[in-house]
Design a protein around this ligand. Structure first.
Ligand SMILES: Nc1ncnc2c1ncn2[C@@H]1O[C@H](COP(=O)(O)OP(=O)(O)O)[C@@H](O)[C@H]1O
Ligand SMILES: [Mg+2]
Length: 472
């Protein structure tokens, strides 16, 4: 019994040594020499061993002590392992904290940084050690500091999760947008703290801004397009009145041509027939018959003039000999009237490849373009080309004449550039496009294109015949 008691006492001494060992991580390592001294002193203060202890008892005590010593060593080993595991787990959590993808900050109610992880320090662009105790407010971009302060106050007032977005101005770095998500918590000492996670949302924010810009740009384009459509609508509304104007112009031209040619010839013929009849009544029959002979060339001229007028109205040869031959006829007519212009025609398309209902429009545009060349260009060389260019039929009339200033021409009243307008409208109303390139002093090129489908049909357009505009 006495022996048990002593073993327990020795045990107590060893346990206190073990406690010291396990405490070393928290309270610092005690000096083993110091422990030894204390243990020996403790032993001295114990009552002396009874002299009458028998050898057998002593051996038993030594055995107990040995067993106990081994037990303690095993416990010691166990504790050391537990301590190592603890250390490893501690450093694992420290790594998780420090290298988390978001920044973590602990702030007191004044907004001072109590603790932060490495990610937060990197986001703020300042070494971690230099940030502790600093006011986080000053890391926030000045215009957003108020936002941050009200976020902080809300945490301590409401003690509920709060979210805010502020801009940070990292030292020597590019400004970034940070989303702050904060919780209220109480420290061991019962003092309230704010635990904040700080995520870099710059990319999201920039993407949002880019999206906003793209949206604005889209709105702007829609507005532009709406305005363009409005203008196009307006132009379309004006087309009937332009067509009426073109018709009027055409009637005027026809009236004066009829007056100048057939009207004059018929008046002359009437005068001559009256003269012949008078001669016949007076008995000068052979003189009267002689006069009749003079009628033939006058009538012949009149027939030609009439032909020229109806050819202008509807070139019947278009249906008879086709578009290419009719344009060739136009070229020759123009050269007869204006021998000083050398006009060449290049046909890069087969007659069958030209859609039937496009022919009259191509002819009218070529006719008006040649009229303009003849009347205004003073050109020496003129090229007409009708060809198939990829999926398009293209008519080009270019001259090396005086050219024009299109801005000035277009600013003048619409009625005065009816020819140019009607060419454009003919092309566009039949599903094509039209352009004029002209440089004063260097000549003019007009181009009209129509998209055609594989089988040679043109794609759009309903008007197959518009009134002619003018003749040379
Ligand atoms: N090939 C050209 N070369 C020089 N000027 C031209 C040419 N074509 C047109 N113009 C100019 O453009 C103006 C408008 O032409 P247009 O609309 O056909 O009306 P018009 O022929 O009745 O004058 C012409 O008066 C002329 O000044
Ligand atoms: Mg003209």
């Amino acid at each position: 019994m006495n022996n048990r008691c002593r073993v327990n006492e020795v045990c107590r001494v060893d346990f206190s040594y073990m406690e010291v060992l396990t405490m070393k991580g928290e309270r610092g390592q005690k000096d083993p020499e110091d422990l030894r001294t204390r243990a020996e002193e403790s032993l001295k203060s114990e009552p002396d061993r009874p002299d009458d202890m028998r050898l057998e008892e002593a051996n038993s005590l030594i055995h107990e002590l040995r067993v106990h010593q081994i037990e303690l060593e095993m416990q010691n080993e166990e504790l050391r392992r537990a301590q190592n595991d603890l250390e490893a787990s501690r450093s694992r959590y420290a790594d998780l904290y420090d290298f988390a993808p978001v920044g973590y900050l602990t702030l007191n109610k004044h907004g001072q940084i109590v603790d932060l992880n490495l990610t937060a320090a990197r986001q703020l662009g300042i070494e971690r050690g230099r940030l502790v105790n600093k006011h986080f407010q000053y890391c926030v971009f000045q215009p957003d500091q108020k936002e941050f302060l009200s976020h902080l106050n809300a945490i301590f007032d409401k003690r509920e999760r709060q979210i805010a977005e502020v801009r940070l101005s990292p030292k020597d770095g590019e400004q970034l947008y940070a989303q702050l998500e904060s919780l209220y918590l109480e420290g061991e000492d019962g003092i309230g703290l704010c635990r904040t996670s700080m995520s870099d949302v710059t990319l999201r924010r920039r993407a949002g801004e880019a999206l906003g810009k793209a949206h604005d740009e889209l709105e702007r384009r829609v507005e532009e397009r709406t305005a363009e459509l409005g203008k196009a609508n307006e132009e379309l509304r004006q087309i009937p009145s332009k067509l009426i104007a073109v018709l009027e112009e055409e009637r005027k031209r026809l009236a004066s041509e009829l007056h100048d040619s057939i009207g004059q010839t018929l008046a002359a013929m009437k005068f001559r027939i009256e003269m012949v009849l008078k001669l016949r009544d007076e008995g000068h029959v052979s003189t009267a018959l002689n006069h009749l002979e003079e009628f033939v060339p006058v009538l012949q001229r009149s027939i030609e003039e009439t032909r020229s007028i109806y050819m202008g109205l509807r070139p019947s040869m278009l249906d008879g000999i086709g578009l290419l031959a009719t344009i060739e006829w136009l070229r020759q007519e123009c050269m007869k009237l204006y021998p000083e212009r050398h006009i060449e025609l290049e046909a890069g398309i087969a007659e069958e490849a030209i859609p039937e209902n496009l022919k009259v429009n191509i002819f009218r545009i070529a006719q008006e373009a040649l009229n303009n060349v003849a009347k205004h260009s003073k050109a020496e060389w003129v090229d007409i080309s009708l060809s198939r260019n990829g999926g398009e039929i293209e008519l080009v009339v270019s001259d090396d004449g005086v050219g024009m200033d299109l801005d000035i021409i277009m600013q003048t009243s619409a009625a005065r550039s009816l020819g140019l307008t009607s060419m454009r409208e003919r092309a566009e109303l039949t599903g094509g496009s039209f352009s004029i390139v002209s440089t004063p002093g260097k000549g003019t090129t007009i181009r009209a294109c129509w998209p055609i489908q594989a089988e040679g049909r043109f794609q759009k357009g309903g008007i197959t015949s518009l009134p002619t505009v003018s003749n040379p």
